[in-house]
Design a protein around this ligand. Structure first.
Ligand code: TRP
Length: 454
């Protein structure tokens, strides 16, 4: 077998994995959830979920990928040949493909809003809800922007692991981490922003109920890119000296920092425009924020310009590095499992995503009346099936697989890099206990809760 691709440096592998984790989930979904679930108390629970569940499941995915150095499907096949566990490998790959089909639609919107911010036209939108509605329901424009984001992703993927994923993560992620400070400062400088800070910093524990906890857990899984082939595939490119638990810690820390910073961008600004509520839902960044930008434009035009450009650039960079990581598991699977050329595999993945992406995008307009399942549009259907059904199922299977099925000595060999790293015994015990009991139960609850909401 010829040499398999590998990340060339530790920084590269951390930035690539962080690129996967930091995405629309942080800048778009997290503030929405915080707004709807009562602010600071939600954030605290979220952080707890990341530390207890997120880190364990992430380490497990790393372990499976790094041990087998194979795409997700073949990884499970190698570890548990001819058993039902192979299903998880398959599920991971397909979940990724499903997510790509609607993620590219929202990434396309982000690109459109970045263009509007660059030209300054965002400052003159009078009714941002109507503007958003008109744009997303128009047939061609969203498709064009979606196609551009898929082509950009494709362009990186065909360049391979080192010259594509790693190289671009090393450029895009530091840029993202640098520019995030700009919109934070702009947001703080808006009049009346203190109210938003209070919302983010002062926990109101009376708001916490089981729904809030379950939402926090679901959000942690989505934001950390867990439970599908993503991080497992990236870890198959890790070198033998990568420290799995430590890498999981760094990735989770970067991801959570960006999520909280996004809260610091959005809420002070939103509270400063008093007529908009913090629980405005998914429209927050495409409807509520443009209102904020108009206000900034009308008082200090250059501030409005910088604020809006930096914000949508941040969102776009975050979304693109995640799209790359969602594309890769599928490409790696087709390339390695069916022995297709990498470029051919990538073309198939992009083309299929484009096809279904068109359906998802049009479901905001001309295809709105087509409801494949339970009165959901195509977009909602793809989101529901992947994020609400496949992800929790995958999370449970991964925890059970590493907790119960895998040889304990193999698990310990991997997390200690064959005994060369010292990991305290209590940590190993806690890790295994979480995988065996806590994670399957907790994720099972999210799952049942999602189903009950139907
Ligand atoms: N974590 C990314 C975000 O926050 C999205 C993402 C990438 C993802 N890969 C994933 C979500 C795998 C679930 C599973 O936007």
């Amino acid at each position: 077998m010829n040499e398999r691709a590998k990340f060339s440096s530790k920084l590269g592998l951390i930035l690539a994995s962080a690129g996967s984790a930091v995405g629309l989930g942080n800048v778009w979904r997290f503030p929405t959830e915080v707004g709807e679930n009562g602010g600071a108390a939600f954030i605290l629970i979220y952080i707890l979920c990341v530390i207890v569940l997120g880190l364990s499941v992430m380490t497990s995915e790393f372990l499976i990928g790094r041990h087998t150095h194979a795409n997700t499907f073949d990884a499970y096949k190698q570890l548990a040949p001819r058993s039902g566990w192979v299903f998880q490998g398959f599920l991971g790959v397909f979940t990724a493909w499903f997510i790509l089909c609607y993620y590219c639609v929202v990434t396309g919107w982000t690109l459109k809003y970045l263009v509007d911010a660059l030209t300054g036209s965002i400052g003159s939108i009078t009714d941002s809800a109507a503007y958003f509605q008109a744009f997303t329901s128009s047939p061609w424009l969203p498709l064009a922007f979606m196609a551009v984001t898929l082509v950009m992703t494709h362009w990186v993927i065909v360049r391979g692991v080192q010259d594509g994923i790693e190289k671009y993560s090393k450029i895009l992620m530091p840029v993202l981490l640098l520019i995030i400070a700009v919109p934070v400062i702009c947001s703080f400088s808006m009049p009346g922003s203190k109210e938003g800070l209070r919302f983010l910093l002062r926990p109101d524990f009376s708001k916490i109920n089981s729904d809030v906890i379950l939402s926090a857990m679901g959000q942690a899984f989505f934001s950390l890119s867990l439970a599908m082939g993503c991080l497992c595939t990236y870890a198959s490119y890790f070198g033998d000296d990568a420290k799995l638990m430590k890498t999981a810690g760094s990735v989770a820390a970067i991801d959570t920092t960006v999520a909280v910073m996004s809260g610091f961008i959005i809420f002070p600004a939103v509270f400063s425009v008093s007529e908009v509520a913090p629980d405005a839902g998914p429209g927050l960044v495409f409807i509520t924020l443009p209102n904020v930008f108009q206000m900034a434009f009308s008082s200090v035009p250059w501030l409005g310009w910088i604020f809006s450009v930096m914000f949508y650039l941040l969102l776009l960079l975050a979304a693109l590095t995640s799209m790359i990581s969602i594309h890769e598991p599928v490409t790696a699977f087709l390339h390695e499992h069916y022995h297709l050329r990498r470029s051919t595999a990538a073309v198939i993945v992009t083309a299929v995503a484009m096809l279904f992406g068109v359906l998802c995008s049009l479901s905001f307009g001309v295809l709105n009346h087509v409801r494949p399942l339970m009165d959901m549009t195509f977009f909602d259907f793809f989101d529901f099936i992947s994020a609400k059904i496949f992800l929790p199922v995958g999370g449970i299977i991964i925890s059970l697989f590493v907790g119960w099925k895998l040889d304990r000595s193999l698990v310990i060999e991997e997390i200690t890099n064959h005994g060369t790293l010292h990991i305290p015994v209590w940590l190993v015990r806690a890790y295994l206990f979480i995988l065996k009991w806590i994670a399957p139960l907790a994720i099972g609850l999210i799952f049942i809760n999602e189903l009950a909401l139907l």
